[in-house]
Design a protein around this ligand. Structure first.
Ligand code: ADP
Ligand code: MG
Length: 736
């Protein structure tokens, strides 16, 4: 039979790993990565070569002090960038930015300019001016603004973020110079993800430096946040993807009976990477290396056809841009290998979903990781102080952190016994727990230096490595020299959770600085004791948020309730809780958002949730009516005719009567379910309060979608495999 699905099956069967045109050494072996790493990035090394010395110096000092660029520097950098890009085959440039759609955006302009002489002769020349580099003005009216548009006006502009180098993006027939940019409204309000992130980094820097000064680290000039992202994703074959309306439109399967084989053999995790997949990874990594993205790790994940990539950590802002870019490149390269890269948090029901574990820390301009215990007692006391900062941040701002990882997709994953629960808690491991407990008991304040030596703080990083198994269930785990924020969803732009986390840390730092200042004034000359005293207080106040046990268990839910920790089970609950002023005021205080921007973010979260769940509900209804029900009807006719043949020849055909009954019951359930779903959806949308619409979509529409799915999945197992139009789980998940 030649159904589209059987065509797809044959296409998939015949696929081979695809090679690409990789740079090679004379003997045919692949060239070392170091020979092409960063080739497509206009980085400081290239700038140093191309710019006059003073201009380069001035650029570097601007970057260091985040001061505005002078016109002259912008002009010179622009012309050097244009020359470099054009010599590498670029015809266009674009401001590359991250609006609140969750994707990146670009509007290309050619480098050309017309030079018309007095006599009217027109010549074309390549040009990029300083002001073109500096900013551009895309029409803002079609990007989400969360209502700010109605308050102000549609104009918005993108402005170069010089802290991230420009880079070249390659397409089939050319290259484009991308200028990493922020995106703000005409009145200076952020319309993007990058601006709040940059502000949070600045707030963290300012407050951390002030706190360090009080601790005695007077030489530290700046503190930067660092980020290393473990990015999980699924691959499905393009031929299967094209036949699945749900994957095409909503990036997840809304229907599909479970495959008898799924992840129960635990044979995929860290298993041999399938040949087609590793061919994809090799080309992906090649592209990423040329873009200066230091991707280091690749491996199979727990679910079949699920994989992970992780880079060497970088400065937070750069790390976020690199993650966004890596997701984009992964999608494009996958297509060349006849795969579709699914970054959705839960593409398949019943098997693990995907996260984006954000490894986050803070480091000084001298390269010291502030979450890494050091050699001296002072460094170790300082380490404990920054640990306290983080615990306080998670404790005080759990609601905002929870909101920062919420969304219609991550709702399907968080709290589902495969991903961290919806309750925000922090894991620190046995040894740190006992250090914290003894600090709370007042032991550290007696003789801080002796305390950190005796407790072996310096040995923590090696010990913490053994904790990884238990911290799998924790949304926020200390892993020796950094925290791993595990609740972030795979498709998210992690600028949001990272800005909230860095902003929360900045707020804790500001408060702890004030408190320490008072203590030092009251008891000058006793710095270490006063620090230990502050730690005793902060560890005590934040102790509810520390949890070392199994985050998946029901006992934890009960325990968390007793401790007064919020358990915000879905996005509507998280948004609702965040609108409470006490839960978001800190973001305004430290300058991550203005109040207006904050309100607009809330609107955007509501809007996106509503749009996504509605899209899913409409898609599943359509699939049921146009694909599942017709297949069931065909099967009914087949079974009916077999039954007639049997009875006509004198047989009883009881078995057929029960098959027909099962099919009929399934069909009725399905028709009934689809009708209910559509009716409820319509009714929910007749409401005007977006918060209520959102809550009803979660409480009523999603459960109805689930019951429609249950009915459809039952039918899938009653229908002739040849008739079933949709690629099944077992086909999609075991592509070799
Ligand atoms: P583990 O296996 O203990 O989680 P890895 O070394 O595999 O640790 O790191 C996982 C991710 O964390 C990597 O992307 C890595 O670069 C990143 N990472 C390591 N140290 C830091 C740090 N100080 N700040 C931010 N990310 C870090
Ligand atoms: Mg992992």
């Amino acid at each position: 039979m030649s159904s589209p699905r059987s065509h797809a099956r044959i296409a998939v069967m015949n696929r081979q790993p695809r090679t690409f045109d990789a740079p090679r050494q004379p003997d045919g072996h692949r060239s070392p990565v170091s020979t092409y790493y960063g080739r497509h990035v206009f980085d400081l090394i290239k700038l140093r070569e191309k710019l006059p010395r003073e201009i380069f110096q001035s650029l570097v000092s601007t970057l260091r002090n985040s001061a505005p660029l002078s016109k002259e520097v912008a002009e010179t950098v622009a012309s050097a960038a244009r020359e470099w890009a054009v010599s590498h085959g670029a015809t266009h440039f674009t401001h590359w930015f991250q609006p609140m759609t969750g994707l990146t955006a670009e509007k290309h302009d050619a480098f050309i300019d017309l030079n018309v002489s007095m006599t009217g002769e027109a010549r074309v020349l390549e040009k990029l001016s300083g002001s073109q580099l500096w900013q551009s003005e895309p029409d803002a009216s079609s990007f989400p603004s969360g209502g700010m548009r109605s308050t102000f006006e549609a104009r918005g502009y993108t402005a170069w973020d010089p802290t991230v180098p420009m880079f070249l993006v390659e397409s089939a027939n050319g290259r484009t110079l991308c200028i990493p940019s922020v995106y703000i409204s005409y009145h200076g309000h952020s319309l993007d993800h990058k601006t709040p992130l940059l502000r949070s980094v600045e707030a963290l820097n300012k407050n951390a430096v002030a706190f360090l000064k009080l601790l005695g680290d007077v030489d530290v000039k700046s503190v930067a946040a660092t980020l290393g992202v473990e990015q999980e994703y699924f691959l499905v074959d393009r031929a299967h993807h094209a036949l699945r309306t749900d994957l095409m439109l909503a990036e997840r399967t809304l229907l599909g009976a479970a495959s008898p084989r799924h992840q129960q053999f635990e044979d995929h995790y860290f298993g041999t990477i399938p040949p087609r997949v590793i061919a994809f990874m090799e080309e992906l990594e090649f592209e990423l290396y040329r873009l200066g993205i230091p991707m280091r790790t690749r491996h199979n994940e727990v679910a079949p056809m699920q994989f992970e990539m992780a880079p060497i950590f970088e400065d937070l802002n750069l790390g976020v841009d690199h993650n966004v870019l890596a997701m984009d490149v992964a999608r494009k390269v996958a297509l060349r290998h006849d795969f579709v890269c699914l970054l959705h948090e839960k593409p398949f029901a019943g098997i693990n979903g995907s996260g984006k574990h954000c490894n986050w820390s803070m480091s000084t301009d001298r390269g010291e990781n502030l979450l890494e215990p050091g050699k001296t007692p002072h460094q170790n006391l300082r380490f404990l102080a920054f640990l306290a900062v983080c615990l306080k941040a998670v404790h005080d701002h759990a609601v905002a952190l929870r909101w920062s990882v919420s969304g219609p997709n991550n709702d399907l994953r968080l709290g589902a016994n495969e991903a961290p629960p919806a309750i925000l808690s922090a894991f620190v491991g046995d040894q740190l727990t006992s250090i914290i407990d003894r600090t709370i008991a007042g032991d550290a304040a007696k003789d801080p230096e002796h305390f950190v030596l005796e407790m072996g703080v310096a040995k923590l990083p090696t010990l913490a490595k053994d904790n990884t198994d238990r911290n799998r269930t924790s949304p926020f785990a200390f892993t020796g020299n950094k925290f791993e924020f595990r609740a972030v969803g795979s498709s998210a732009n992690c600028a949001v959770p990272m800005a909230v986390l860095s902003g929360a840390a900045a707020k804790s730092l500001a408060e702890m600085t004030e408190r320490l200042k008072k203590k030092l004034e009251a008891k000058p000359g006793h710095r270490d004791q006063m620090v230990a005293e502050l730690l005793r207080e902060v560890f005590t106040e934040s102790s509810a948020v520390r949890f070392e046990g199994n985050g998946y268990s029901d006992e934890w839910k009960a325990e968390a309730k007793k401790r007064g920790l919020p358990n915000l089970v879905d996005t509507p609950a998280a948004i609702q809780a965040l609108t409470d002023k006490q839960n978001h005021q800190f973001l305004v205080d430290v300058g991550v958002f203005s109040q207006l921007e904050f309100d607009s973010r809330v609107n955007v979260s509501l809007e996106r949730y509503i749009k996504q769940v509605t899209l899913e509900a409409e898609t599943v209804a359509e699939m049921v009516l146009t694909q599942v029900i017709p297949a069931a009807e065909k099967q009914l006719a087949l079974t009916g005719s077999a039954w007639r043949t049997v009875t006509e020849s004198g047989g009883k055909g009881t078995i057929y009567s029960s098959r027909v009954k099962a099919l009929t019951a399934g069909l009725e359930a399905l028709l009934d379910g689809a009708e209910k779903l559509q009716k409820t959806l319509h009714e929910v949308h007749s409401g005007h309060d977006e918060m209520k619409v959102c809550a009803r979509l979660s409480a009523e529409v999603r459960p109805l979608m689930q019951s429609v799915r249950d009915a459809a999945d039952l039918i899938e197992n009653l229908v002739d495999d040849e008739i079933w139009p949709l690629p099944k789980y077992r086909e999609m998940l075991f592509v070799k």
